[in-house]
Design a protein around this ligand. Structure first.
Ligand SMILES: *Cc1c(COP(=O)(O)O)cnc(C)c1O
Length: 232
């Protein structure tokens, strides 16, 4: 299967999931997760109309940013080290993976230097997996409140990476939980917080995530096929 066919399949499934829960397809945006994939694959997706691409490594994002058309919205979805923030603040459309005040403060510092405002999501480890980054469900709200005080950082919502499961239904409670935290934060009416986006759902579970309220789904394998990691 080629990228075009895969995209048609993903969009069809997104549409069905939207119908199932009475949402409009325009409420859910697809981020094509292109990490590890060559430029030729991104170019094909671009030719099919994709304008949102997700990467998880700073160097790779920068290289692809330089090589690809400038109307692409780049999404940083991977763990971000503070010393690398400076390379991407003015290149990314949205950073999905902010999980500490220290990281947000670094983004603030670099954004202020460049006189820009950077949109971010707070990553929440709703499932409480040891191996995952993200703030805890309990601390999410207070972290949002602290980040909200940074003038060059704009909190746009929340993100989670659900566990890898065989049956995507197993992740429904985690998506519902992230939505609940999101609603709780909205009710707090915090200045400089714009709770609009819920980034949740990947190839294995994006339909479930949509029915639980996702506004961004991040799909890699479902569009580009399996990733091959180089082993040295
Ligand atoms: C790799 C990755 C994805 C995409 O995963 P697939 O299962 O290939 O769709 C989504 N989100 C994050 C944070 C990722 O690192």
């Amino acid at each position: 299967m080629g990228i075009r066919e895969n995209l048609d399949t993903v969009k069809g499934r997104m549409e069905n999931a939207c119908k199932e829960c009475g949402r409009g397809l325009s409420e859910v945006k697809l981020v094509a997760v292109s990490k590890t994939k060559p430029l030729s694959a991104l170019e094909q997706a671009y030719a099919c109309g994709c304008r949102d691409f997700g990467e998880n490594k700073v160097q790779e994002l920068v290289d692809k940013y330089d090589a690809m058309p400038k109307d692409i919205r780049w999404h940083m979805i991977g763990h971000l080290q503070r010393n690398k923030v400076k390379y991407i603040v003015d290149k990314v459309f949205l950073i999905h993976s902010v999980d500490s005040l220290r990281l947000a403060q670094e983004i603030e510092k670099e954004a202020a230097k460049k006189e820009i405002t950077v949109d971010i999501l707070v990553e929440v480890n709703v499932a409480g997996e040891e191996s995952k980054f993200g703030t805890t469900s309990e601390e999410a709200c207070s972290l949002v409140e602290k980040i909200a005080k940074l003038p060059h950082v704009r909190v746009k919502g929340l993100m989670t990476i659900a566990p890898y499961v065989e049956d995507s239904e197993e992740n429904r409670p985690y998506f519902a939980k992230l939505k609940q935290i999101y609603v709780d934060i909205i009710h707090k009416n915090i200045d400089n917080v714009f709770m609009e986006e819920l980034s949740m759902g990947m190839t294995g579970d994006y339909e479930v995530a949509i029915t639980e309220g996702a506004t961004y789904v991040r799909v890699g394998t479902g569009i580009f096929g399996e990733r091959e990691y180089m082993t040295i």
